[in-house]
Design a binder for this molecule. Sequence first.
Ligand code: SF4
Length: 228
Amino acid sequence: MIQSEHQRQAYLKALGIDVWVPGAQPPAAQENSANGDSADEPAGLDWSQLQAAVVACTRCALHKSRTQTVFGVGNRAADWLIIGEAPGAEEDRRGEPFVGRAGQLLDEMLRAVGQEREQVYIANVLKCRPPNNRDPEPEEAGACRGYLERQIALLQPKIILAVGRVAAQTLLATDTPVGKLRGKLHRLGATPLVVTYHPAYLLRSPTQKRKSWQDLCLAMDVIAGRAA
Ligand code: SF4
């Protein structure tokens, strides 16, 4: 075991349960659904169809400024699904999520729980880069959400790790700070979800790494059936 029994007991004792309510979409997502453009609805697409739909997507204005879409990478039979915010400049250039220093730290975090980058699946809430790395607008997240939902449905991961404020708040349709979302087990539909800090934040605030380790231990416990 990677974590000690003492560590495991300590954070299990502090474990809270927070159940995501299916159907509680953010308003923007509801508006997007109401727009009625069903020609490229992601539900029902297979992986290659879904990827092609994303590459060609013009559902929101971000398609105008992207270099390329960033669909997601990794093992399509993964237990772990890592979800971040949106592509940054380097991701936009390379077409891959979580590259650069933050990506390297994410790789180290995953390695600490016995997962190589190739073993997990990594995606973002948005498939296109917001200009100047600004936060996604609600309508952009709503327009893009169907792609991520289809990725989740195809993957059927055992755990979703929501990385950072934007991913956590968007997925859970809340404005609760990350510090209050982490340390608890959430659910996205039927899939367990754990929130942790973004590695870019951990690079700036290394003292928070201890908490991110606790979050990863919680995720491991969920996969092992020790937390539900
Ligand atoms: Fe389409 Fe998502 Fe890119 Fe917007 S961010 S253009 S919805 S793929």
